[in-house]
Design a protein. Sequence first.
Length: 309
Amino acid sequence: MRAIDLLNGRLKLRHLVLVVAIADQGSVLRAAEHLHLAQPAVTRSLREVETILGVELFTRGPRGVTPTMFGDAFVEHARAVLAELRRAGERITGLADGEVGTVTIGTLLAGSNVLLPRAIAALKKDRPGITVIVQEATFDAQVPRLLDGEIDLILGRLNPIDDLRGLRQITLYGEPVRLVARRGHPARSLPDPGLADLAGYPWVLPLEQTALRSELEQAFRAEGLVLPGNLVECTSVLTVRTLVRDTDMIAALPELVARTDADIAPLPVPLETVRRQVGVTLPAHRAPTPSARLMLDHLRREAAEITAG
């Protein structure tokens, strides 16, 4: 198949916007409504793109459209191009006045409870015109969006990135992960509890694809144990804290998260093999926008205060 020249002027920016909208909305009709266009215009523009590319981007079905192999590939690049254009616009605006912009943060459990709210408050006090968007998900789910430019940085426990190209990390502070339970938990009456003593209680754990879950499994294996069978999988800090406070569930939480609820407290069972470093993960080859750079500055300052305190 011959190489396709997309720089000859035939492919327009509106084509990229339209294809991404169709992929996001799952149908031509919903994409048209989202873009405030007539459906025939959207259908015509989609045909234009497919003619330029020489391939079919979507298969049509009774319930909408599904991207083909070519569609998935094109949408991925279209998202990256649109994200870079948004970043270019924000950078020009930021260079002009430094007062407006948007920073999107993908957050993990550690850092989200104390550090991030403090940094956001400081940023908004300094630059009230900057919009901060916080989105919670697992690290694996955040990385593609970070590389595509949909989010500016990931904040949380630093996950290994040895097998992930295009990323860099900045360590902000160290924070141990502690096993926690409600203050009246029956395990607190044990003289010298270990993991084996806690395995019979219900647990709330991170999802399987998270680094913390893997490290907890390793801690159990090191003592010849398997993970408790009675468990709930959850990444929402609010839900985890409520379950621990109101039931006999045990959870692994960053120390600063555990400290903010008077009804729960750490158990005297160390997790020495669980990594402690909290920081940000960034694209290696893309400079932060002015808004993201300001957010990083405030994260560093607030992390230094947390460490000093």
